[in-house]
Design a protein around this ligand. Structure first.
Ligand SMILES: [Fe+2]
Ligand SMILES: [Fe+2]
Length: 332
């Protein structure tokens, strides 16, 4: 291994000393681990350069898959004989975690987001700053609430979803959330029809609500079926196929399709909230009316957790695993 240093010059001024890792001198099986060691040792704002005799593009995907979108990748030389890439961990602000990632790691923070109305499942790809702005909240207050949840200790996840095998997590989602949806969806549909027929004259928005509930449920039933028939089995195959995986069917397309459908579900739920002014009961609401609103709120909570587990844990981890498999098949 050759590990020399190079001074980077910006506007004629020597700025930082950056390590250059000559990958051509490293034993093949040690190439990736060595590069990862260098990467992990970087502080925010630091970088190193890899020197190679061919394009190290597969490494880019492996790094992205294993460490996430927390680095920049800049070609300083692009062949034909020498390739040099500068890999940088940007300063903290640029590499800010998304609310989905924060919620996936710590359920106490997910609870804070839920209480404050910060959408961490369908809107989970926003950074904390962006999500706070979207919810119209005060950044300092939200950060203080998050810090308090950390300091409070206890209350950590009863299930550490983030550490589960993907197949196990997919089975959990099916057994808990898909079954809940199938059992409770029809109950809510019937209830919404009944309440609309009884109270629609004085509260015409109930007809719209019943129609919206039907659309939501129909879309959900077809969505669950796609996950159960296509995506979840593909994720399980990917996980069990080991290092020798033959990448015949990619999961990226199905994952993006499911994420887009989650966004549609989020829109449909928001519309139901708008119609009912946040499920505010009128003074003349009967027991069925009250039960309907309670049931929809409960359904919304379950769906929120369901989509969170898929959008923020199952899908990103499955995509990362697929990238690893691909890059192992085509190592630097
Ligand atoms: Fe699902
Ligand atoms: Fe889903």
């Amino acid at each position: 291994m050759s590990d020399i240093s190079k001074c980077l010059t910006i506007n004629g001024v020597i700025m930082i000393k950056t390590a250059v890792l000559d990958v051509t001198q490293i034993e093949p099986r040690l190439k990736h681990p060595t590069i990862f060691e260098h990467f992990d040792a970087l502080e925010q704002g630091e970088s190193f350069i890899i020197h190679n005799d061919h394009d190290p593009r597969p490494l880019y995907y492996q790094l992205l898959g294993e460490r996430g979108n927390i680095f920049t990748w800049d070609y300083l030389q692009s062949g034909p004989d020498v390739w040099e890439v500068q890999i940088t961990k940007p300063a903290k602000e640029q590499a800010e975690e998304t609310v989905g990632e924060i919620a996936a790691k710590d359920v106490r923070k997910a609870d804070v987001f839920k209480k404050l109305g910060i959408d961490f499942c369908c809107g989970g790809k926003l950074t904390l700053k962006e999500a706070i702005a979207e919810a119209g909240l005060d950044e300092e207050e939200v950060k203080a609430a998050l810090a308090r949840s950390e300091a409070a200790g206890g209350g950590q996840a009863t299930h550490d979803f983030d550490s589960w095998d993907l197949g196990f997590l997919a089975d959990y989602i099916y057994n808990v959330h898909h079954k809940y949806t199938r059992e409770n969806g029809p109950i809510i549909e019937q209830l919404a029809d009944k309440v609309a027929s009884r109270h629609g004259n004085t509260h015409p928005e109930l007809f719209e609500l019943a129609k919206g509930v039907k659309v939501l449920m129909e879309n959900l039933y077809s969505h669950l079926q796609k996950e159960e028939r296509v995506l979840f089995p593909a994720i399980k195959t990917l996980e069990s196929s080991g290092e020798r995986a033959q990448m015949t069917v990619g999961i990226e397309g199905p994952v993006h399709m499911m994420e887009a459908e989650h966004d549609d579900t989020g829109d449909e739920l928001r519309e139901l909230r708008r119609l009912t002014k946040g499920y505010e009961l009128p003074a003349d609401a009967c027991n069925s009316y009250t039960y309907l609103f309670d049931k929809i709120k409960e359904f919304e909570d379950d769906l929120f957790q369901h989509i969170h587990l898929e959008n923020n844990i199952l899908f990103p981890k499955a995509l990362k695993l697929e990238k690893e498999r691909l890059s192992n098949a085509d190592a630097v």
